[in-house]
Design a protein around this ligand. Structure first.
Ligand code: ARG
Length: 463
């Protein structure tokens, strides 16, 4: 037993100082200082409410506001002396306030606990972060729509099972990516509705005996409404989980895009080129130009999945109400946001700058009998049943494989060996252009449809 007295704000009950290891083990200021702006903002709103409620007199209130403003400047100048002994961002700021303004500082924590304080700070922080990420998502969507318009009529092979399936337009492919990001945005908008609820006033767990006006702080902080249950409000971090789940899906989509970009720049495929400024070289192989940025986005997806599992596991065993476990929510949340910001930034700059090697995508689209379905559809229009048409075209393809000849390269005579229903007009459907142009309905790959969808996307993206 040490006879050193505790110097903490909660020292009253303690007869010895906290063990140095425990102090370091429990401290969070080195990462939760990132919440300082939200912490100060919420404290100012709380002080204004206490002033109206008569808990703080006008002078005390003024001193607190000025003191908090000065502390914010101190932190921003890098002049703030953060202390692990003061555990977290909340205590660091509160103790500094009292240092600066004296007794009035000690009154700020009336009718409040760090439990409702931290939940409030987190929600303020996440709300801002969601707004920033939505803006980034929309910037990337805009880039994809521009690219889709540029390549609306560019022909390429579409794949299933990574086998050449049917011709598509490059623009159509880019708009598939765009659609993923639209749903990602909707998920964030939906998540934000549940984030934007105010725990402040819940105090430690049961509420407070002071006559707090939660509607006042709520309006001041721009929350939609105060929470309806104090135990739930200080305890649950489901809003963090929801956000990370939405983030994990965004990363899933970016990772799928990364996978295709990596495949497409491979010399084995050669569909696109990425700008040099977004690639890196090899330390040993002078010829290499590697798509490392895309690979890292794919790789970073793993850490966001990890954060999701961390948060789910963090929550599952917690009895009501607040438990210190919740301090572990911050690093995964911050890293998720940072990873998303960086990945979206990388793709927003890199993807619209890619160059499609149109002659190459065209050439490969010709290789895999990509218009076989068009020939079958043609036979159906000539009165052949689809199953029979499928069989006929299958035989034509087998012949093509043997002769190393695409369907469109066969003569009418050759084609008629498989069905006499085939006439001169077949060549219009066997061309790649004819194939994509025929898919001219909502959601189809025809250049005209791509342009229609581009226009629709632009209306959606208009500010
Ligand atoms: N730093 C803590 C957290 O992040 C908030 C403080 C609550 N501490 C407490 N002993 N009740 O969750």
């Amino acid at each position: 037993m040490s006879d050193k007295k505790s110097t903490h704000v909660w020292a009253g009950r303690f007869s010895e100082a906290t063990d140095a290891f425990v102090q370091a083990f429990t401290a969070s200021e080195h990462f939760d200082r990132r919440l300082y702006r939200q912490d100060i903002r919420a404290s100012k709103a709380h002080a204004a409410m206490l002033n109206r409620a008569g808990v703080l007199c006008a002078d005390e209130y003024r001193a607190i506001i000025d003191g908090l403003d000065e502390i914010e400047t101190e932190i921003e100048r890098g002049a703030f002396a953060w202390s692990a002994a003061l555990e977290d961002v909340h205590m660091n700021i509160e103790v500094r306030l009292t240092e600066r303004i004296g007794e009035a500082g000690k009154k700020l924590h009336t009718a409040r606990s760090r439990n409702d304080q931290v939940a409030t700070d987190m929600r303020l922080w996440l709300r801002e972060t969601i707004d920033e990420i939505i803006a980034s998502l929309r910037a990337f969507q805009t880039g994809l729509v521009d690219l889709a318009e540029r390549e609306a009529a560019t022909l390429m092979p579409g794949f299933t099972h990574l086998q050449i399936a049917q011709p598509i337009t490059f623009g159509h492919h880019m708009l598939a990516w765009y659609e993923m990001l639209v749903r990602d945005e909707q998920r964030l908008v939906d998540c934000r509705r549940r984030v934007n609820i105010m725990p402040l006033g819940s105090a430690a767990l049961a509420g407070t005996s002071f006559a707090v006006d939660r509607d006042q702080t709520c309006a001041e902080l721009g929350f939609d409404r105060p929470s309806d249950n104090s135990l739930d409000a200080v305890s649950d971090r489901d809003f963090v989980i929801e956000f990370i789940a939405a983030a994990a899906l965004i990363m899933t989509h970016l990772s799928r895009m990364a996978e295709e970009l990596i495949l497409w720049v491979s010399p084995l495929v050669g569909f696109i080129e990425l700008p040099d400024r977004y690639c890196t070289g090899s330390s040993i192989m002078p010829q290499k130009k590697n798509p490392d940025v895309a690979e890292l986005v794919r790789g970073k997806t793993a850490r966001v999945y990890g954060h999701l599992l961390t948060l789910l596991t963090l929550m599952k065993g917690q009895p009501l109400a607040y438990n210190r476990d919740n301090q572990e929510d911050k690093e995964p949340l911050f890293d998720t946001a940072d990873t998303l910001h960086a990945s979206l930034r990388a793709f927003t700059e890199m993807v619209p700058a890619l160059v499609v090697r149109r002659e190459r995508t065209y050439e490969i689209a010709h290789k895999g009998f990509a218009t076989a379905t068009d020939l079958a559809d043609y036979l159906v229009r000539k009165g052949v049943a689809f199953r029979q048409a499928h069989e006929i075209v299958g035989r034509a393809v087998r012949y093509g494989v043997e002769q190393d000849k695409d369907l469109s390269a066969m003569t009418l005579e050759e084609l008629r060996r498989f069905s006499v229903a085939i006439d001169e007009d077949v060549f219009a459907v066997l061309s790649l252009e004819g194939s994509v142009a025929a898919r001219d309905h909502i959601g189809g790959t025809a250049p005209a449809q791509v342009r229609t969808q581009v226009a629709k996307a632009r209306r959606r993206l208009a500010p």
